[in-house]
Every structure is written in C-alpha cells, then in structure tokens.
Design a protein around this ligand. Structure first.
Ligand code: GLU
Length: 476
C-alpha cells in the first residue's frame, strides 16, 4: 500500500508551488490506490503565521484533495502536528546519542551562523567544524547540569559515501566529507526539519516521500538517519523546480503565485489544478484537459520530469478561460455575479439586464474579476474614446445626416429589446446604404468609445435607450 504525505509549514498563504506538492503527493497515492496523509510542520515557531493552518485545510478542501489521515482525522499514527510530537523526537535523538550517531553541541550557535553567513558572502562552503563531536561524556554531563545551552547534532561519518535512488532523478551519491553535522534538535527543544521529516515519515509509514527538489541534496543525510534509527528507507520522489517565465522563483508575495489571491481574482480551482498538474508531469497522450478523476487515472511516477517547470500566468488564464466557457450558464452566473456586485451598484438594474450583461462576456473572460474591467462602460456616465477609435473616426469622418438617421430610428423603438434593436440596425443599413461593417464599427465607436466588444445589438440594448440617444446627440 502506497502512502504519501503533504507536509506544509503553516507560515503564510500557500502559493502554487505548495499546491503542486500536495497535488502530486495526492495523485501518486490515489493512482496506486494508496493513502494520502496531511502533516503540519510547525516547528519553526518564528515563522508561524496565525490563520495559515486554517488556510491549508480550506485549500485542500477547495481543490478536492481529501486526506485519509491528518490532524483530527484518523489519527492512527498521530499526532499529525509536529509541535505535539516533541517527546517523540527527544526519544529518538537520545537513542542516536547513545548509539554514537549524534552528539550534544555547546557551541555558540549565533557565532556559527555569523561564520556561515560570512562564508556565503565570500562564496566559500561552510561546514560546522565538529568542535563538540568528541567531548568526553563526563564533560557533557557536567555542562548540561550547569544549565549550559546545547543543540543536538547528527554525527556524519567522516569517510565513505552515501547514496540513494530517487525515482525521478536517479542515483544520487555524495561524499560524506561534504555533509555537515546537521542540527537535529534546537536549543529550545524543537526538532529541525532535517530530523523531524525522517522520524515522522518513518513512524507514519510513508512509503513514497514526495517533495520539492531543494531537498534532493540533503536527502543523503536523511538516509544516514534512517539507517541509524533502523528504519526502512522510503522511496524518494523529488519534484522539479518551479520557476516563472522570467526565471524568478515562485513566492507567496507575488500576486500571480499566491493561491489566495488567484482564488479571489476568480481563478477556478478545477482550472488551477489542471494547469499545475502539468507543471512537471507529462501525460502519455496529448490530452490537455483533465478533471481530478482523470488525473488520478492517468498520473504515473514515470511521467514526472527532471527539468524545471515553467509557471506562466498567461497559460493559467488560458486554462481558466476554457473552464469558464465550459460552465453551464446558470453556474456561470452564480460564479460571476459576485465580482460585479462587489464593485458596481446593481440596485436599480433588472435581473434580465444583469444576466444578459454577464452572459455577453462569458466567452471573453479569462478570470472572474476581469468582468469589472469589461463592463466598466455600462456603469459610467461619460463615454471614453480610446486612441484607435478616435483615429478611425478621424480617418473615415462622420456624416451628420447619418447621425440624424441613427437618432431618429433608435428613438422610434418603444420596446427596447435586442430583437427590435437588430431590426432597427437593418433599417439603418438600408437607409444609409453604408457597408454593414463600416456602419457597425461607426455605431460601436460612437456608442461605446472603442472598436471591440460584444454583439452590437446587445451592446446597444445594455447601454439603454436614454444613453444611446444622448451619445448620438452629443455628436450632432
Ligand atoms: N515543511 C516542508 C516545507 O513546507 C515540507 C517539505 C516536505 O514535503 O518534506 O517545505
């Protein structure tokens, strides 16, 4: 039975990279009829953000990534929140010390960090020099009894190599001399990721550890820990790096990367999920659109790629557009109306008018919030002409007698309906003898200020008789 886990740190809103980790872990488990586990990695108390935990639950629910075990759910191997497991880490760390795989370190960690930073600035690698590695047991005991602060470090063998096989990246082998004696337990008693991930993945029976490839090179240290603790080593699946089109990193601080922001802006969970499934995984066929069920069916570990995957907001918009146009009209109206309501006053507008407005733009939208921009012209008093529209009119001129015809014909309509407006357009076409394209463009510009938009009769209907007549009069 395959068991995977998603192990987010509650350090703020999730970005699309975090969701991809969750999705891939979920798909691997579900494709092979296994179990998907949620574990909260909250041991970095400095980075803890209030509300972040709730957001993780909400996101998993919204995207339909149901976990089989997690905080407050089937806690077979619980607790599933790391800060509630401190005794467990302590017990295993003490075992490692007894067996010679770890040691107490009394060095001033602030000074060590300063040295590390200096080395980084100078482009040198820095490894903790192992000052406390071989302290005599009596001395250790005395210093602890004296209340000296300490951390617990992993004792990496000085010689030899450590290797493992990653299911995506193949064989990874490192010289032990290049590995640092990591901190396993910090001076505040909390474990580091480097220790907790091993203990938890082992105790929670995780068979396939799926995570970002930033952990690819530290995994040999974890393999040494699995061995020292006499745990079975799981299989490792490191996921390719996610980068932006300009080569920059994904960050929750960027609007385009932040899940909460994307959802607020009206990107649909099904579209986001579909798109990010393809960031680092390629299906065996040319199929591009997948529901979650189809992803479960088709996802396979061998389709995961090594090369960095490029996250492109334009491509996400394209996917989202596809999902919007595939919605039923009633689902679409329910989804889109709140975006309009938030910004414009709809109190005196009839439901039919609002629905017609929203439906006219269904095929134009790539995300919900865009509706505000598209429909702006129906809510402002003044008409704004854009540059191209002005150029068009300048080039083609306006015939005052035609303007008179437009006004007269539109004034005649008593029943302001799209079908009657269309009939009137046909009459105007006959009376002016203008080519249809030319006529429609001229009217579109005169009435809406721009050369593009929705069906002309619908546009005229939505603007309303009063506005149409005023705008034509202004030109006379
Ligand atoms: N808590 C880690 C993170 O958010 C999880 C990495 C992992 O999946 O092991 O980066």
């Amino acid at each position: 039975m395959i068991r995977t886990r998603f192990a987010p740190s509650p350090t703020g809103n999730m970005h699309i990279g975090n969701l991809r980790s969750a999705l891939f872990a979920y798909l691997i488990a579900k494709h092979y009829e296994g179990e998907f586990i949620l574990r909260l990695e909250d041991t970095d108390q400095n980075r803890y953000e209030l509300g972040a935990e709730e957001f993780i639950y909400k996101v998993l629910e919204l995207f339909g990534l149901e976990y089989d075990e997690g905080p407050n759910k089937n806690e077979k191997y619980g607790p599933y929140v790391q800060s509630e497991r401190l005794d467990i880490y302590k017990k295993y760390a003490e075992y490692l010390i007894r067996e010679g795989y770890a040691y107490y370190c009394f060095c001033n960690q602030t000074e060590i960090n300063e040295e590390r930073m200096k080395a980084e600035e100078e482009n040198r690698t820095f490894l903790y020099p192992g000052t406390c590695r071989d302290l005599p047991l009596d001395e250790v005991k005395k210093r602890i009894a004296n209340g000296e602060k300490y951390v617990i470090r992993q004792k990496i063998p000085k010689e030899g190599t450590t290797s493992y096989r990653d299911l995506v990246y193949g064989d990874i082998r490192v010289e032990n001399s290049n590995l640092e004696d990591n901190i396993l337990i910090k001076s505040n008693g909390y474990p580091t990721y480097n220790f907790a991930n091993v203990v938890d993945d082992a105790l929670m029976n995780i068979t396939h550890v799926t995570r970002g490839n930033e952990y690819l090179s530290s995994t040999p240290k974890y393999v040494l820990l699995y061995d020292a603790l006499r745990f079975d080593t799981p299989k490792f699946i490191h996921l390719p790096l996610l980068i932006k089109k300009d080569g920059s990193k994904i960050s929750k601080r960027n609007k385009e990367d932040n899940l909460l922001q994307l959802i607020h802006d009206g990107f649909l969970p099904s579209a986001i999920l579909n798109y990010i499934a393809l960031l680092g995984w390629s299906p065996k066929t040319n199929q591009e659109f997948f529901t979650l069920e189809e992803l479960i069916e088709n996802f396979d570990i061998s389709g995961i790629q090594k090369n960095p995957a490029v996250y492109d907001i334009q491509k996400l918009k394209w996917f989202n557009h596809h999902y919007i146009i595939k919605m039923s009209d009633s689902d679409y109206l329910e989804y889109i109306r709140p975006f309009l309501e938030k910004v414009y006053d709809l109190e005196n507008r009839e439901k039919y008018w609002i629905d017609t407005l929203l439906l006219s733009y269904k095929n134009h939208l790539s995300f919900g919030k865009e509706i505000v921009l598209f429909t702006h012209l129906f809510f402002q008093k003044e008409i704004e002409f854009d540059e191209n529209a002005i150029l068009y009119i300048k080039k083609n001129g306006l015939n005052p007698s035609f303007l008179e015809i437009y006004k007269t014909e539109f004034s005649k309509i008593n029943n302001w309906q799209i079908s009657f407006i269309q009939q009137t357009l046909d009459i105007i076409e006959k009376r002016t003898q203008l080519a249809k394209e030319r006529l429609y463009m001229e009217l579109r510009i005169l009435l809406s200020g721009t050369m593009h938009g929705i069906d002309l009769a619908t546009l005229i209907y939505l603007l309303g008789k009063k506005v149409i007549i005023i705008r034509l009069e202004e030109q006379l």
